[in-house]
Design a protein around this ligand. Sequence first.
Ligand SMILES: Nc1ncnc2c1ncn2[C@@H]1O[C@H](COP(=O)(O)OP(=O)(O)O)[C@@H](O)[C@H]1O
Ligand SMILES: [Mg+2]
Length: 243
Amino acid sequence: MKAGMMQSILRVESLSSGYGRVPALEGVSLDVSPGEIVSVIGANGAGKSTLLLTIAGHLRPFSGKVVFDGQDVTSMPAHEAAPRGMVMVPEGGRLFPFMTVLENLQLGAYHRVARERMAQTLDEVMATFPILAERRDQLAGRLSGGERQMCAVARAVMSLPKLLMLDEPSLGLAPIMVDRLFDKVAGLVESKGLSVLLVEQNVGNALRLAQRGCILDHGQLVKSGSAEELLHDEDVQRTYMGL
Ligand SMILES: Nc1ncnc2c1ncn2[C@@H]1O[C@H](COP(=O)(O)OP(=O)(O)O)[C@@H](O)[C@H]1O
Ligand SMILES: [Mg+2]
């Protein structure tokens, strides 16, 4: 089958968005195939969070289109989009610090279908993240940075997503913790057939997990290619890897 014939899990077409009337994202197009991990790389302020917030339905786009799993979800609020299987893990994870790990995970399964399957999903999640099983009754605010990101990803998994959108999960983590976290994400892609849209400032982190990537600069996509191509691109190395 030709690549173009396979239906994308996510297709973003000429998406523009911003705050008030101020644009932060201009004409961005990208797509993610089922089971694929795609990275968006950009410096601080490039528009990475704006992109994910707009796709997920937390921000209304100025123009453009978001098609998820064959359905037009443009401007659909997040609480309606999430039950269809798209979920975003925000920057820093945004756990509820005064709730336990278990309570945070349970909150992930808030929509009806996820709630009905909560016990089973919880067992799976605890098996995938044994550290969360150990810490299930601890307050989320007392987790280490790496554990917090794991808990945030696990909470997202509780909502039975088809597409996981991760906003700079490696930010502030020691390299060893980034490895552990990314191994878990790769495992979830493998075992659950998830697709991932990952945004990162760190090119190395972004591309070691992804098959494809693109570069976001001042709200516009300026380059895209396979992870291999981007890692060897001189502009990318100079601008984003300090080589
Ligand atoms: N809540 C907001 N109100 C106004 N401007 C914002 C807001 N959030 C982000 N911006 C602006 O939008 C642009 C893109 O920001 P953002 O998407 O957060 O970038 P990134 O996630 O790549 O660091 C920046 O110029 C930023 O200052
Ligand atoms: Mg951001």
